[in-house]
Design a protein around this ligand. Structure first.
Ligand code: GLU
Length: 455
């Protein structure tokens, strides 16, 4: 059977660099295995999910280089979830509960005070018809819980240790004791589904072979395996990766927009910088820029993912972007340079690329060539610059012009080293740093240079 994976974001916000991690681990695995990648919008929460967020996610993935083979939306699949819920209800495994949130909170507090685990006591299974009638008369709507198989056969009130195991492709053998968990609510009082059941139905229906997701889902997996089994559906292979946190250990939140893919893209960072950082942080591989996703796929596999938190420094996106930018070949950036209005062809790109932290910097260097440039001429250097202007070589200009010119200026003024070069650089480019002037000067041209030397 071929490999099928899915990335299942809820379109309730923008995805950030932490969400890229499952998006990419699944993508790299699918590509390595020649498998299928499904983008599944977990949009059962129709109040918080929006079309705009879904479109934003698709755009972000495309920018990262991920092109799903299939796109699915849970909001179009409610019929399947209803069917599964019916099967569970008929088997007596999905039962109605009427407690309010406050009542449940009170019970949990009481259990804690008595030193007992705050696990739901299955009161919902004991309601008399009169009680149910009373709840309904009060306008209460039932929510529905799945009865976990964690009890003595035939007696749901006698909990007993029930281990669920799976061989996690990242974390190794995992064990969850179902008796330590409350029966999960699968359907809310307003009839909407929580993520748990739709995810199982879809994974089974779409033939998902590997569920690779964050380690915040480990306890869910114990529950979900029990539900897969109750529905008689094959259980996929699971893998839970560590989560990205900032250096101070803080998790990333979808709601704050911090380090969102959209903001990183708008800031001009390179997608492969984001991909490399999102994937390699918290693995046995050094965090370094991969040239493309195929190369990244070769750098890491599931066994190389560490079990502790994956701490990263957001500034590294900039460092990796600069490294990548310096190495970009003209062919790969030609169109982007053109879109930025940067001329000069390959020769110009080769001159400036080491001086570009992001590709957008190329436009600034092109402006240094074409102007307008505000020349920087210190009071003390005015005479020196006037002299240099007189000595400016005639055209045609090439890579030797700078040497010829500065030699003449040196001979005439006696200045050398920094005192010679820096005032000329500041006057001609308006900056105290930048690419080699020997190479820049022919692009700037004699007339521009003359104008700038006028201050
Ligand atoms: N929508 C869920 C989430 O974003 C998906 C988790 C999963 O991959 O099963 O957490």
């Amino acid at each position: 059977m071929g490999v099928t994976v899915r990335f299942a974001p809820s379109p309730t916000g923008q995805i950030h660099i932490g969400n890229c991690r499952p998006a990419l681990f699944n993508w790299l695995y699918a590509k390595k295995q020649g498998g299928t990648y499904i983008l599944r919008y977990d949009d059962t929460d129709q109040e918080r999910s929006t079309q705009a967020f879904a479109e934003g996610i698709a755009r972000d993935l495309e920018w990262l280089g991920i092109v799903p083979d299939r796109v699915e939306r849970q909001s179009e699949r409610f019929g399947l979830y209803d069917e599964a819920a019916k099967v569970l209800k008929e088997a007596g495994l999905l039962y109605a509960c009427y407690e309010t949130g406050e009542e449940l909170e009170r019970r949990r507090n009481r259990a804690r005070a008595l030193g007992r685990p705050p696990v739901y006591d299955r009161a919902g299974l004991k309601y008399t018809p009169e009680q149910i009638e009373k709840f309904q008369a009060e306008g209460r709507k039932p929510h529905w819980r799945f009865k976990l198989p964690n009890h003595v056969e035939g007696d749901p009130f006698s909990f007993q240790r029930t281990e669920v195991h799976w061989d996690d492709v990242i974390r190794g053998r995992q064990t969850v004791d179902l008796a330590s968990l409350s029966d999960p609510v699968l359907i809310r009082g307003d009839g909407t589904y929580l993520y748990t059941l739709p995810s199982i139905v879809d994974d089974a229906d779409m033939g998902v072979t590997h569920v690779i997701r964050g380690e915040d889902h480990v306890a869910n997996t114990g529950v979900q395996i029990a539900i897969f089994e109750a529905l008689g559906r094959p259980v996929p292979i699971f893998g839970h990766h560590n989560l990205l946190t900032t250096a101070s250990g803080e998790g990333l939140s979808k709601r704050t927009g911090a380090l969102s893919i959209a903001s990183l893209r708008d800031a001009g960072y390179e997608p492969m910088a984001v991909n490399s950082l999102a994937v390699l942080t918290g693995t046995s591989h050094a965090v370094e820029p991969a040239s493309d996703l195929e190369a990244l796929a070769q750098m890491v596999d599931f066994t190389g993912i560490s079990k502790s938190a994956a701490k990263f420094d957001p500034e590294d996106v900039g460092t990796l972007t600069a490294k990548i930018t310096h190495a970009l070949s003209y062919d790969t950036v030609k169109d982007r340079l053109e879109a930025l209005g940067v001329g000069g062809g390959e020769a110009f790109w080769d001159i400036i690329r080491e001086n570009c932290s992001t590709l957008a910097d190329a436009a600034n260097w092109w402006k240094v060539v074409t102007g307008p440039v505000e020349a920087q001429i210190e009071e003390d250097d005015q005479e020196f610059i006037a002299k240099a202007k007189e000595l400016l070589p005639a055209e045609p200009w090439d890579e030797t012009t700078w040497g010829v010119w500065t030699k003449a200026v040196k001979g005439e003024t006696g200045r050398k080293g920094k005192g010679l070069f820096m005032p000329l650089r500041r006057a001609v480019t308006g900056l105290g740093h930048g690419p080699d002037l020997k190479s820049m000067l022919p692009f700037i041209g004699r007339q521009n240079t003359l104008d700038r030397l006028d201050g």
